[in-house]
Each structure stands twice: as C-alpha cells, then as structure tokens.
Design a protein around this ligand. Sequence first.
Ligand code: CA
Length: 237
Amino acid sequence: MKLLLTEDDPQIGEGLVLGLGGAGFQVDWVQQGEQALVALRHTPYDLWVLDLGLPDMDGLEVLRQSQALPACPATLILSARHIATDRVMGLNLGADDYLVKPFDFDELLARLHALHRRSQGRRDPLIRVGDLCIDPIRRTVALAGQAIALSPREFDLLQALAEHPGAVRSAQWLESRLYRWGTEVASNAIQVHLHHLRRKLGEGWLHNVRGTGYKLEQAARPIPAADNPSDPAPVRP
Ligand code: CA
C-alpha cells in the first residue's frame, strides 16, 4: 500500500517510515504542507497520515486545500492536539480518522488497515477474488486454500491488482504503487515481478491487455462442449 506521510518531527518521521515500511507500506515522507499538496497532485496514494503542527502551514489548511484535488486518499490525522475542537474540525474538513500523539504503533497500523478497507468499500479484512484469498495484514496469499509463498514485491503487486479485479493498470501505475520515491527501479522490474507472480498463480489469473497494461481476474472455466447448448453438434465427415 502506498502511503503519504506528512510529519515535520524527524524522529517520528524516521520511526514511521521504518515501522510502516516493515509492515508492507511504501511510505513517501514530506515534512511540509506545501510538499504534501504537490505529492498528492502527482502520485496516487492509498492513505495519507497528516500531522497538524507543520512549519509552513497548518495541517488543517493543508487538508482543506487537498479536498480540491481530483483524488484525495483516505486520511488519518496524527497530532498532539488532543482537544475535541481540533478533532471535530479535522473530521469535518474531510479526514477519515484522528489519532492523538503519543500513539500506540499497533493501533495506528490497525486504523490504517481499517481505513483502507473502508475506502475500498470492503468490510472483510481479506481480499477475495474467485479462489484467491489475500490477507493484507498478515501478508499471506492462498489459492483454493493452498498457501502461496510470494516475495514482498510480488505480494504488493498482487494486492494492487486484486483490490480492483478486472481494472487494467499500466506498468507505470503499478511501479508507483510498489516503490517509494527515489528508489532505483529497473525498466523491466514490473514485468519481471509479473512473470514470477504468473508462474506462482498458474495460468488464467494475470492478463496482459495489449498496449494498455495488466489486470487480475479469474478466467472463466471453459464449459465442456457436451454441456454447452450453444455449441453446434460435431459434424461427422
Ligand atoms: Ca509537528
């Protein structure tokens, strides 16, 4: 999952990049409000963690301005401001959740997963596509009940595609989901991960849409000819 972190405190910022990174989030970290708005304009994020006390502008103002952008991710305010007025204002300005510092890291993680789930219109913590079952919290995958071992990148790729089965995603879009800013990415990295993923899932899951991108979908099982009334009867020579 791709997450934007706006936090000016270097210690908290570094801790969160490390902690959330370890939990499978790709974190882009900015320390100023203006930088957050630029990042939101250019990158599709799943989640945004926003501090309110920022050096260049108030976090609530950043949030207000972000609402005018074409796409704004699910937002959690993480702030030392604990009075109800700030929480109410933040939520009324479009934030989806509010957590007061100091915070418990596991609670932050659980809230982020819950937020993301809700933003995808899911109640089920598991992502299910046909026989495929993905657990974004434990980062495990099972196909028809059998566990499949994936590398972290393969898992991220599968999750990004499985969240919207049938939606065609370009290699560039997938790349932006899998890597943080400044990561050196080989030009064929996505194709390589897709190749490995296809091998592990078997045929009929990952589909290449010529000139556009890739999608995940369980191919319909072929109907045996005998059961298919639309099939013409075989002609005898
Ligand atoms: Ca701050």
